[in-house]
Design a protein around this ligand. Structure first.
Ligand SMILES: NC(=O)C1=CN([C@@H]2O[C@H](COP(=O)(O)OP(=O)(O)OC[C@H]3O[C@@H](n4cnc5c(N)ncnc54)[C@H](O)[C@@H]3O)[C@@H](O)[C@H]2O)C=CC1
Ligand SMILES: O=C(O)C(=O)CO
Length: 326
């Protein structure tokens, strides 16, 4: 008999066919408490789950006693309680690599649009405000040759360093848990401590995962150490930055601008103060959101679940130590 799985995000048709060939699939629209309650029997039987968003914590795992594998259509896995999965011997699979270049493109788009005020000025043109030759109040700041600081030099940080260094002649500074030899060799990236990164970066680009350590890593004190001309880019996870402290820093000129793909609460509430600020470029968490990349992520997530439930995991496993226990 085919193993039962719950799919909580819809898939392109060919990938759904592939999933059906291996598993008995129950599809639901999101891993919400209501959907979990409404499909209690499917979760009781599920050996695998596949989707993105929604919390997989101790409480959820009580509803899914047969679970052996979880496959998330994302590289970030901060919504999973990995320790609880480890305790129960459940394999967690994710989708690194396939989205790296696309997310780095998004970060570069945020760098350019916030420095050159692309969104704000386009809105002013559309509103009919371009009536005469523009003056300095429409000017932005240069990107090329400025210092780009990367907080979290992993896969995405490296791809951003490539764009910034080779494409825009930007010196690269970075902070991460350890030195990144490839970034240093290929893009002359200089490792530094967080305080130096804050003080010296013209662009502080965050590509960190959300963990207990990185939660509010950038708060009021850290923002105060940045240059008044600096721009903060966050495409890691919203809660890495204390959002109220950021709003205040953007309002009082502590920093120049921000380009944000991620927020403490998503979707960003319509009454968020960030939306009232001209020096903010807010995006709806589109780091990986191209047709090609989202398809690739879904394909990898399907392959990951098949590998995990057939005991053939070779890559993309968050907790490989669980495999050794089996
Ligand atoms: N906006 C979006 O749509 C997307 C956001 N992301 C986010 O980007 C994150 C990074 O993705 P990858 O580059 O693939 O991951 P990665 O694991 O390759 O890189 C993460 C980097 O962060 C560093 N790091 C972790 N904790 C740290 C700490 N406390 N202090 C300093 N550095 C620390 C690590 O050393 C590593 O260099 C994901 O976890 C996810 O949260 C990823 C994809 C899309
Ligand atoms: O993959 C992730 O972690 C995202 O945030 C969406 O691509």
């Amino acid at each position: 008999m085919k193993p039962s799985v719950v799919l909580y995000k819809s898939l392109p048709e060919d990938l759904r066919v592939r999933l059906d060939a291996h598993f008995n699939v129950t599809e639901i629209n999101g891993l919400t408490p209501e959907n979990i309650a409404a499909h209690a029997e499917a979760f009781r039987q599920a050996e695998g789950i596949l989707g993105s968003g929604g919390k997989v914590d101790v409480e959820f795992l009580q509803q899914a006693p047969k679970l052996r594998a979880a496959s998330t259509i994302s590289v970030g896995y901060d919504t999973f309680d990995v320790a609880a999965l480890n305790d129960k011997g459940i394999v967690l699979m994710h989708t690194p690599t396939v989205l790296t270049e696309t997310v780095a493109d998004t970060m570069m788009a945020l760098v350019l649009s916030s420095a050159r005020r692309v969104v704000e000025l386009a809105e002013r043109v559309k509103a009919g405000e371009w009536q005469k030759n523009i003056g300095p109040d429409w000017f932005g700041i240069d990107v090329h040759h400025k210092k780009l600081g990367i907080l979290g030099m992993g896969r995405i940080g490296l791809a951003l360093a490539q764009r910034a260094h080779l494409g825009f002649s930007m010196p690269i500074l970075y902070n991460a848990r350890k030195h990144h030899q490839e970034a240093e060799d290929r893009f002359d990236a200089q490792y530094c401590d967080l305080d130096t990164l804050l003080a010296e970066s013209d662009f502080l680009c965050i590509s960190l995962p959300l963990t207990a350590e990185t939660h509010h890593l950038i708060g009021r004190e850290q923002l105060a150490k940045m240059k008044p001309s600096a721009i903060l880019i966050n495409a890691g996870r919203g809660p890495v930055v204390d959002e109220q402290a950021l709003v205040d820093a953007l309002k009082d000129g502590t920093i120049f601008a921000a380009g944000l793909d991620v927020f403490e609460q998503e979707p960003l509430p319509v009454n968020s103060e960030l939306l009232k600020l001209r020096n903010v470029v807010p995006l709806p968490h589109i780091g990986s959101a191209t047709h090609e990349t989202r398809y690739g992520m879904a394909r990898d997530a399907v392959d990951n679940l098949i590998a995990a439930l057939t005991g053939k995991v070779e890559k993309n496993c968050v907790n490989p130590q669980v495999l050794k226990q089996g």
